[in-house]
Design a protein around this ligand. Sequence first.
Ligand SMILES: [Zn+2]
Length: 465
Amino acid sequence: MEKKSGSKVIIIVLLVLLVLGAAGGGVYYFYQKQAPFRKLGELGYNEQQITVIKNKDLTAKVIETGDSELFRYALDQTINNADRYEYFLISDKDLPKMSIKDLYSVTSKMIELGYTAEDAAILTSKLDLDTITTLLRGEQPRDLELFADAIDHGFSITDSLLLASGNRELAEKIFNGDIAYERISPLMEKQYTSDEILTLLNNLSEDDYTFVMGMKYIPELPELSGKENFDMDMLPRYLMSLRSNRASMDDVVNWVNSDNDYIPADEIDYSAMYHDEEILADYTSYTYCVNKQYALPSNYEPSDLEYLPSGYYVLYHPMRHVAANAFVNMSDGSVVAGYERILAQSNYRSYDHQKSLYDEYVEQDGVALADTYSARPGHSEHQTGLVTDIGTASMDMLYFESYSGYDWVCENAHLYGFIQRYPEGKEYITGYEYESWHFRYVGVETATVIYERGWTLDEYALLFN
Ligand SMILES: [Zn+2]
């Protein structure tokens, strides 16, 4: 009996313990489940903010980050921004040096502009508020880290953007002071890649590199510059030979250096040089090139045509103001140099005038012959108003080569801004027979380059126009 009641007691005790244990477990379990939310509370999040964090499933991440005034601020601004939690979950100890309000506002702007959270963090950690604000008004850097480094090295936003559009290897050389920024920025602006610039820096002499800085983008140049015997003076001819498929990249340098591209004047098909003709899009400069490929619009007439003073012309044709002045000076120069005064014999011609001339020549000589010496309408350089055919009072322009001051004119014309436009031996490039008398105004700077390099305007235009 006693033994029986003893076992009952034990059973009851066991049951009680079981119930207590279960209840305790439940309480403990509930306690554990609530712990993260209590932790959020401890971190300073209010009930409403905790609800958002719970709903967005961010509890673990928020706890991991620890105190984040920025995130609390973001939660209060708009619930939508919590979707971009990765932009705002920055621990207080990592916060950049700007006010929470500013940081929130630039970060929101970066979200709007499509910056990644990582990029936004780089910008806010490395740049000051003014720099970021200015940056966000313009284009996005291609390499953000590089951009921030450039800013760090004291470059302006514009310069840093340009540096960040290239590669780090080139930028590091500039940061280290191995290369001056001014040496590479003109090429970067012309869309040369960093690798191409490094290639050019490696291959070209100082003078050639400086010369290239003034040219337009030449896609073939980096590879060409690495060829043995590359000669900058030959560059236009390399390009013409490559682009007309007369030579390949492998052999073009030696091929052209040996004059294999040269075609004797009497073997040239002058009519065939009219192909893929285009109307010039821009003829505002004094250096644009009219030739068999590029024509002026039929209605183009320069607005600043004027007549030369008496005593300076044979025929009363106008020229553009700047060319007329330059010719008067050159004419005076011929007298000072001790020769018979040079005179302008044929200057501006309208499209219609050229058309009637050309048609007349074709009727007289046929197309093939007319194309050796006369331009088709629109293709005549005389329509530019920047041209003069030179003669003297005692000598028609057609005999200009026999004029005693001919060598003086050829050697000094560039000092007045003129070039001989159709030189002997360049017929295969210009598309016209040699004309000793025909001079074109391009300005002193360009005329000097063309004269010193031994180029034609067609060659110059390939690199500069
Ligand atoms: Zn002419």
